[in-house]
Write a protein that binds this ligand. Structure first.
Ligand SMILES: Cc1cc2nc3c(=O)[nH]c(=O)nc-3n(C[C@H](O)[C@H](O)[C@H](O)COP(=O)(O)O)c2cc1C
Length: 432
């Protein structure tokens, strides 16, 4: 090194020293994991590391070729954002709140119903409800929940509680669920209509997935790689359906199928309407005419949803279905959207195209698997900060000011070119 360079290097020692970050990583392992997760995809990768493969696949997987999920995710990449004037946004507070059925919530996000949540983390639905409560967003308890209707309603500072209903073969049992939800203060009923039978979850069949798990010797090795998850499972109550008993023999999944595979007909929405005194939302609609029919039968809202791709394969992407549904129901009902929402910008796009709010399933389950209640809160925070930042860049200081002209949606290339799970966008294939 030349003398001149050496002198410069010595002079620069304080500057170089100031660049060194000698802070130790957080001592708490959950903080360490979550600290590295900036996106829902990061949470997904963290979840994959924390739980055994069959559990991860049960949450992450979809039905058939997984094409419905791939399409719903891909649709958000076809959104073009059109900013307005962006003057003086830096010091402004952005109002993310929206009113849903007469109640104001922190942002246009609802934690959707997911069955068997205690599989993902033994704190299950309790952890999810607490995180929703602290973030000011609603939580929807699923019919096949693993914490009961009453236990969730009994937590301190509960969120706005919604209850998801599968109309079971046994209508008396169905009615009992409704009455208990009402008595416990659940405000909104979400009636799911896209599940006449369970979807063809091929990852689950390949993994020999069952509830409770039946672990073969090879599976034991796989489990041993996840000591934290194992410790939680062996030190907490066994997994069970919490809101109603399941009779019969066999694993819980097949016993549930026996009572849930439904003879429910679409027009029975009118029966549920009669039985539920409160906002009624029909979930699992992809078609404008069906949305209209649901509203005519008494629904106050519909969720444009393909069940996160877990039921019928090769459906339209939900974002593509949204506009026609919004036009068909007009001012007569609220329209929600789910399936594939992963970014604050995705929430904004759905709202700009006419949704009142979005529901999410996997995003908070990834958080739950990665870090329990704190992981769910982290997932919600990713949506909140992402939405806030996105609105500032769009030049909009309130969610309520999002309008159709803020986004355009390019037509789906899949109308001419087929897509399979293996040709799906990179952002959903990165965890093998
Ligand atoms: C593990 C899991 C369980 C689910 N269980 C239910 C359920 O019990 N009832 C229901 O209506 N939807 C259920 N769903 C679908 C979600 O409510 C929602 O429609 C879907 O997850 C949205 O897609 P996303 O996961 O891409 O956000 C479930 C989804 C997952 C991932």
């Amino acid at each position: 090194m030349a003398m001149k360079d050496l002198r410069t290097a010595v002079r620069n020692v304080p500057y170089v020293w100031s660049m060194l970050d000698l802070r130790l990583p957080p001592s708490d392992p959950v903080d360490r994991v979550l600290g590295k997760c900036q996106t829902i995809e990061d949470l997904r990768v963290a979840a994959r590391a924390r739980v055994p493969r069959p559990v991860f696949d049960f949450v992450d997987g979809a039905a058939g070729t997984e094409c419905s999920l791939a399409r719903s995710l891909e649709a958000f990449d076809r959104v073009y954002n059109h900013p307005g004037p962006v003057d003086a946004m830096s010091g402004t507070d952005v109002d993310l709140s929206v009113e849903v059925f007469g109640r104001r919530q922190a942002m246009p996000l609802v934690l959707g119903p997911t069955g068997f949540t205690r599989l993902a983390h033994t704190d299950g639905e309790l952890a999810v409800a607490r995180a929703a409560g602290s973030a000011g967003v609603p939580y929807t308890l699923s019919t096949p929940a693993t914490c009961s209707i009453e236990a969730i309603a009994g937590i301190e500072a509960p969120p706005d509680l919604w209850f998801q209903l599968y109309v079971l073969r046994d209508r008396a049992l169905t009615l009992d669920l409704l009455q208990r939800a009402k008595a416990e203060g659940y405000r909104v009923l979400v009636l799911t209509v896209d599940t006449p039978v369970a979807g063809d979850r091929r990852r689950d069949s390949r993994n020999g997935f069952s509830i409770p798990a039946r672990i073969r010797p090879a599976g034991m090795l796989q489990m041993a790689r996840h000591p934290g998850w194992i410790k939680d499972v062996v030190t907490s109550a066994p997994l069970d359906l919490a809101s109603f008993p399941l009779a019969g023999q066999g694993d819980m999944w097949s016993r549930l199928k026996a009572i849930a595979d439904s003879d429910f007909g679409f027009d029975e929405i009118a029966w549920v309407r009669e039985m539920w005194d409160g906002p009624l939302v029909v979930k699992g609609i992809l078609d404008a005419q069906l949305a209209r029919r649901a509203v005519d039968l008494g629904a106050d809202g519909v969720v444009v949803s393909n069940h996160g791709g877990r039921q019928l394969d090769r459906t339209i992407a939900t974002l593509d279905a949204l506009g026609p549904v919004v036009d068909a129901v007009g001012a007569d009902a609220s329209v929600f959207l789910d399936s594939g929402v992963r970014e604050g910008a995705d929430v904004a796009a759905a709202v700009a195209l006419g949704a009142t709010a979005v529901l999410v399933g996997r995003p908070y389950l990834y958080g739950l698997m990665a870090g329990g209640q704190r992981g769910v809160r982290h997932a919600i925070e990713i949506f909140r900060t992402g939405l806030d930042h996105h609105l500032r860049l769009l030049g909009v200081d309130a969610v309520a000011k999002l309008e159709r002209h803020h986004v355009s949606l390019a037509p789906s290339p899949l109308t001419t070119v087929g897509v399979t799970a293996s040709s799906a966008p990179a952002r959903i294939r990165s965890v093998g």
